[in-house]
Write a protein that binds this ligand. Structure first.
Ligand code: FES
Ligand code: FE2
Length: 351
């Protein structure tokens, strides 16, 4: 059977429009999300002995999960083992978790501690009364979780090699940078748009002044894409240590995308995490989290005015959703010089 996306970009037809418009295809793809690692939170989002509900994760993998911290960080089920109420709503800074429905209490490790009016219950408690623990992966303070996640090694190796020198673990959580936008477009259109710098001169006039368009780089790796924005003269750049693959280059931004919808954008001021959360075939939530490394670079260069860039992108993506939904559009072609990232994403999506 021939592949939906030809591996030779020069011959390939782009993604069929049904991927952006067909609710059944949407559900099928969304179902696969449980096999991937997803960003939960930076550990600095939690203070000592506390827990947060991970609402975005629930939307991504259909599982209410919270993250807790005491001496250890954990991702555990947020579903009470009594009658299924959600235990934590938002954020909770206590050393025990108490279900608001009938008062069952749990430790931050998920173990059932106490339950009123259960003295006469036989064989109680057992480990079935504890909150389920989910797999967890900690890369430099970025915590990932999932239901049955696998295959993340090559992405982490790639990031380690390139940006592993940054003190990501110490980046400070800045909740004034939190954003959440619901847009009327399929999640994959938002990802397509992210994965090419081709549109920058047309759509982002200010960003285009900060970046050197001709030297914009796109690199593919297993499960993801890295785009490197090279700065125009006078714009803020990283001070890249010797021995790093990009030492000597004027890098303004590292844009990492990891399948399906995680974007880790490193700027001289720190890290902007964008989460692409599909809500339905034609609606998507975009969530921003910001972690500051060096305040003096805030508001400058390629990572300066993210709200403006975001608004420009959303406008394009919503209009494109209307376009791909029309009878006049089936599928397009790729630019071999500018759309290798989009082509790579579509191959993963259809494999
Ligand atoms: S549902 Fe949690 S105590 Fe009853
Ligand atoms: Fe853009």
């Amino acid at each position: 059977m021939s592949k939906t996306i030809d591996p030779d970009i020069r011959k390939a037809q782009a993604l069929p429009s049904s991927y952006y418009t067909d609710p059944e295809k949407f559900s099928e793809i969304k179902h696969r999300f449980r096999k991937y690692w997803h960003f939960a939170a930076h550990k600095n989002q939690l203070v000592e002995s506390s827990s947060i509900e991970l609402k975005h994760l629930e939307k991504l993998i259909d599982e209410p999960i919270m993250m807790t911290a005491d001496r250890k960080i954990r991702c555990i089920s947020n579903v009470c083992t009594h009658r299924g109420m959600l235990v934590v709503d938002g954020h909770c800074s206590k050393t025990t978790l108490r279900c608001p429905y009938h008062g069952r209490t749990f430790g931050l490790d998920g173990s059932m501690r106490a339950m009123p009016e259960f003295e006469e219950v036989e064989d109680f408690p057992t480990n079935k009364d504890d909150l389920r623990n989910f797999p967890i992966l900690d890369w430099k303070g970025l915590i990932f979780s999932g239901i049955e996640p696998s295959g993340f090694e090559s992405s982490l190796e790639e990031m380690e090699r390139r940006v592993g020198w940054m003190p990501i673990e110490t980046f400070e959580y800045d909740n004034s940078r939190n954003r959440s936008y619901d847009i009327n477009a399929n999640w994959a259109l938002y990802v397509d748009n992210y994965l090419e710098g081709f549109h920058i001169p047309f759509v982002h006039k200010d960003l285009n002044r900060a970046l050197d368009y001709d030297n914009y780089q796109t690199e593919l790796f297993d499960g993801g894409v890295l785009q490197i924005g090279i700065a125009n003269e006078g714009e803020s750049t990283f001070d890249i240590p010797e021995g790093s693959p990009d030492s000597g280059l004027d890098v303004a931004a590292y844009y990492y995308w990891l399948f399906p919808g995680l974007m880790l954008n490193f700027y001289p001021w720190g890290l902007s995490v964008n989460l692409v959360v599909p809500l339905s075939v034609d609606s998507t939530r975009i969530i921003y989290r910001g972690f500051v490394w060096d305040k003096k670079f805030l508001g400058k260069g390629a990572g300066g005015d993210l709200d403006k860039v975001e608004a420009e992108d959303q406008h394009i993506v919503e209009f494109t959703q209307r376009g791909v939904s029309s009878r006049s559009y089936e599928r397009g072609r790729y630019s071999p010089t500018k759309e290798t990232g989009v082509h790579h994403f579509h191959q993963i999506l259809t494999s």
